[in-house]
Design a binder for this molecule. Structure first.
Ligand code: SAH
Length: 350
């Protein structure tokens, strides 16, 4: 008999499950706490469930979705990359980034990615499948168990495009936010997207209100399409309108992620266009130094991409600030263990 996978079910679904198997719905609340609050994978710990029910659940259901296969730690910064195996024997990665005042977990939403952004190692490895909400949640559970400090922030910036795995992404947000008194506030969770305009609007309509980041990388449609083919399907113009809709509903601020590529998006006209775009709504820009994707042996256009030199990133930031834009330059954490933005590609390098 195929076991029922419980991890990933919402409170409502758990109550329904228990009703279906002839139990009282409040058992769903108890199990919800055990899975998402106490992060338990062991029915024997769940002493508020009768022994007979625990035995039945052991036989008929499955709690764990991921198995830890490897951890690597970047010496200089303490960034930890977890390599995790799913039930289908796919490998995924998540990264814990400790800083002085916060600990951020970067989660994956897909095995690989279908978007094929030319600067991203995950894109170059291709797409295998969507993760379930349980598998997204379990990255948090795993990271929390092996990391001594509390995880304070979650960013959906690992492998995959969260808004192409929309249902599981939304469900996982509900699970993170719904974990009793210890839930992570959605104000501390950022969903990063390459720009799937209709799904940005749909996410706004859920009322969940996580923070939103758009991987912008160029304000010019033709250049953006060249480095991010998805822009052909959902042009920047549509995404900007969708973001305006999102911010109207959520009262937040949009973060534009901008990976600096020499000669492609670091020119003077890019500064002007970016400052102009930023004046349209509350926003900030994260400039990301381009991390090498040499470990996946890129060919053609991808192989020709080069990082903007540090001095130019600083000048670019300064000139944007002069034009009234809020700008941060992101530290490149985890480069030594290929855990930095755009370097995640478990299946290729392992
Ligand atoms: N698919 C989502 C989330 C994953 S990427 C998205 O596109 O937003 C997370 C961030 O890392 C994105 O802004 C992405 O554009 C950036 N990134 C990808 N490859 C990179 C690389 N080689 N160097 C620096 N940043 C990169």
């Amino acid at each position: 008999m195929k076991k029922t996978v419980l991890k990933g079910k919402t409170l409502q679904e758990l109550k329904e499950y228990f009703t279906e198997i002839g139990e009282k719905p409040f058992r769903g609340e108890q199990l919800f706490d055990w899975m998402y609050h106490y992060l338990s994978d062991d029915f024997d710990e769940m002493l508020n469930l009768p022994k007979s029910l625990r035995e039945r659940l052991k036989a008929e259901t499955e709690l764990k979705t991921l198995e830890l296969t490897n951890t690597s730690i970047s010496g200089s910064e303490g960034t930890v990359k977890l390599l995790l195996k799913t039930g289908h024997d796919n490998l995924i990665e998540c990264v814990v980034i400790p800083e002085e005042k916060r600990v951020t977990l970067c989660v994956s939403t897909q095995v690989g990615c279908p978007l094929d952004c030319k600067f991203c190692a995950t894109g170059l490895m291709g797409y295998k499948r969507n993760l379930t909400a349980g598998e997204i949640f379990d990255q948090y559970a795993m990271a929390k168990k092996i990391f001594e400090r509390d995880i304070t922030n979650i960013v959906y910036m690992g492998m995959g495009e969260p808004l192409l795995n929309y249902n599981a992404t939304v469900k996982s947000l509900e699970l993170f936010a719904g974990r009793l008194n210890k839930g992570i506030s959605l104000k501390k969770i950022t969903v990063s997207t390459a720009g799937i305009a209709p799904r940005i609007k749909a996410l706004a309509d859920t009322g969940l209100r996580p923070k939103l980041a758009l991987s912008l990388h160029s304000c010019f449609e033709d250049i953006r399409t060249k480095i991010m083919p998805v822009n052909g399907k959902y042009p920047l113009k549509e995404n900007i309108e969708a973001i305006e809709y999102y911010l109207r509903k959520t009262n937040g601020k949009i973060t534009y992620e901008y990976t600096m590529l020499a000669g492609i998006n670091d020119r003077d006209e890019d500064i002007k266009a970016l400052a102009k775009l930023c004046r349209r709504m509350p926003s900030k820009v994260n400039l990301i130094p381009f991390n090498s994707v040499e470990h996946v042996h890129p060919e053609g256009f991808s192989g020709q991409l080069r990082p903007t030199p540090k001095w130019r990133i600083e000048e670019f930031a300064e000139r944007l600030r002069d034009l009234g834009t809020t700008v941060m330059i992101r530290d490149t954490q985890g480069d030594e263990i290929a855990a930095a933005c755009g370097q995640l590609a478990a299946v290729v390098i392992n």
